[in-house]
Design a protein around this ligand. Structure first.
Ligand code: FAD
Ligand code: SF4
Ligand code: SF4
Length: 478
């Protein structure tokens, strides 16, 4: 009788792909862990207990068919495993790399709760899709019969790319406009290579281009065309512009701090081999410098770890709450600590200024007071705790808000929330403007790649429905 390869979680330990040593990692921008070898992926997939109600799937924003593709992997049916994982996601290998699995699928795996350590879902997902690319199983974009209608998508990030793919599947002419010179949004210019190597993103972009999706690069909506002009050009428009207004820190000398995204974009551009004068002249480079990063989210983690790789003399991260109350992933903090980053918890900067040995940050110690309206304990100043730390480069990574799109796009009737994010109907995902839809961070506020993919999938379905109805109306009127 054939032995069932599943339910092996008691006798088989959880094992993520091995990380490279911290020293090796600091020397380049390659991903920090290799992917599984085939037997390891199959073994780890076989730890799944095949739950009748899989909480992993419930807590995956894409509701991926996780137990099913884990079983196929454990049985060595890798092509079928890939096809099933691809059925619900436009970029499974990217989500497998950078989703915060500890808060999503793996954090809700029942064998984690039972004390055995979650199934390593993200690493298996990365493995099967990378394998599919290698083996040539990744199919070209399936283009449906031409409908004679066109869609304009503003923003080539994961939300825009996902909507573009599904709308092309339906046979629309799809044009994607982006102010950058490469597609991918934050996958390309925000997230560093040590979390997501750039060829992994670029092969997805190429596949869309090969599928007939037309990218207009260096095209900033608001400068090169108004939103109204795009509405004249296309039957429907999707706004998927993300959020890019960096939050400011209010203190004397704050103008001397570098915006996190300027810093990360320069570093990613160097990785592509671009000429970046502000990096080459040292302004946006950490090499040889004492670096201080302000903030405790994932962007701050990306900055400190980039600074290590650029050869900083020292890297400190200042955060006003403690480790348990930081918004960034604990996994990323642990990676940063291994790579030599010093975290100064419960500390807030009060000024940037010149010190006796160069730049310095004045700091004050914080303590956690009573919970605020959100239920989190509010940080408050500890009296008589002022100190300083050396800083030749200060990077502010305090999060992002939406730009003022009604003004930028010359579209005063585009309704936004009080946070500046675009207001979209929760059912149709259409904005206050007829035929203009919105998806991704510009609707949710700064979020995650997997949610952008989900939104792109959902909005493509509602746009298709709306465009079909419009075409039927036009036929009836003719
Ligand atoms: P974006 O990816 O921001 O793409 C928007 C695109 O619109 C950009 O290409 C931009 O150039 C373009 N655009 C904007 N305005 C205009 C205009 N006026 N005209 C033309 N084009 C325009 N999420 C994770 O899940 N895991 C992570 O590890 C992770 N790390 C992150 C690290 C950093 C440093 C940052 C900043 C974010 C990170 N995120 C991470 C969040 C994630 O990247 C975003 O949630 C996701 O990219 C949002 O997708 P989007 O398509 O909505 O927008
Ligand atoms: Fe987990 Fe993200 Fe993959 Fe969903 S998409 S299974 S949350 S890694
Ligand atoms: Fe398998 Fe864990 Fe999902 Fe259950 S929750 S189906 S054990 S991966």
């Amino acid at each position: 009788m054939a032995v069932d390869p599943m339910l092996q979680f008691v006798g088989r330990d959880q094992a993520y792909p091995a990380k490279r040593s911290a020293g090796d990692r600091a020397a380049d921008f390659a991903e920090i862990a290799a992917r599984y070898a085939t037997p390891d992926a199959e073994d780890q997939a076989g730890r799944c207990s095949q739950c009748g109600v899989p909480y992993c799937t419930v807590h995956c924003p894409l509701h991926n068919h996780i137990p099913d593709w884990l079983r196929l992997t454990a049985e060595g049916r890798l092509r079928e495993a890939y096809e099933l994982s691809n059925a619900t996601s436009t970029m499974p290998e990217i989500c497998g790399r950078i989703c915060p699995q500890d808060r999503l699928c793996e954090g809700n795996c029942v064998i984690e709760f039972a004390g055995h350590g979650a199934v390593t879902i993200g690493s298996v997902e990365k493995y099967i899709t990378d394998k599919a690319w290698e083996e040539g199983w990744v199919e070209p974009v399936a283009v449906g019969p031409a409908r004679g209608q066109s869609v304009g998508i503003v923003g080539a990030g994961p939300a825009g790319m996902t909507a573009a793919e599904y709308l092309r599947n339906h046979g629309y002419n799809v044009h994607v406009y982006d102010r950058h010179d490469r597609a991918g949004g934050l996958l390309t210019y925000g997230i560093p290579g040590f979390k997501l190597e750039k060829p992994v993103v670029m092969r997805r972009v190429e596949r869309l281009r090969d599928g007939g999706i037309i990218f207009h690069h260096g095209f900033a909506v608001g400068e090169d065309a108004s939103l109204d002009e795009l509405r004249q050009r296309h039957d429907a428009v999707l706004i998927a512009t993300g959020v890019y207004r960096a939050r400011q820190v209010d203190m004397p000398g704050a103008d001397g701090a570098t915006a996190a995204l300027d810093y990360l974009t320069a570093s990613n551009r160097k990785g592509f081999g671009d000429s970046v004068p502000a990096y080459d002249d040292g302004t946006l480079s950490a090499t040889g410098k004492h670096v201080v990063v302000i903030g405790g989210g994932d962007t701050a983690m990306d900055c400190v770890r980039t600074a290590v790789r650029q050869g900083a003399a020292s890297v400190r991260c200042l955060y006003r709450r403690d480790r348990a109350n930081m918004p960034g992933s604990q996994r990323e903090v642990a990676n940063a600590e291994e790579e030599g980053v010093e975290f100064v918890w419960l500390s807030a900067p009060t000024a940037l200024r010149d010190g006796p040995n160069g730049g310095e940050v004045a700091l004050r110690r914080m303590r956690l007071g009573a919970p605020d309206a959100s239920g989190r304990r509010a940080p408050e100043h500890e009296p008589d705790s002022d100190t300083t730390t050396r800083a030749d480069l200060v990077i502010k990574a305090l999060g992002f808000d939406a730009e003022d799109l009604p003004v930028l796009f010359g579209a005063p009737d585009l309704q936004v929330t009080r946070w500046g994010t675009v207001l979209a109907d929760s059912r149709t995902l259409m904005t206050s403007l007829d035929g203009v839809f919105a998806a991704g961070d510009i609707v949710r506020g700064a979020s995650l790649v997997v949610w952008a993919v989900r939104d792109g999938r959902d909005v493509a379905a509602t746009m298709h429905k709306w465009l079909r109805a419009r075409a039927a109306g036009a036929r009836r009127a003719a």
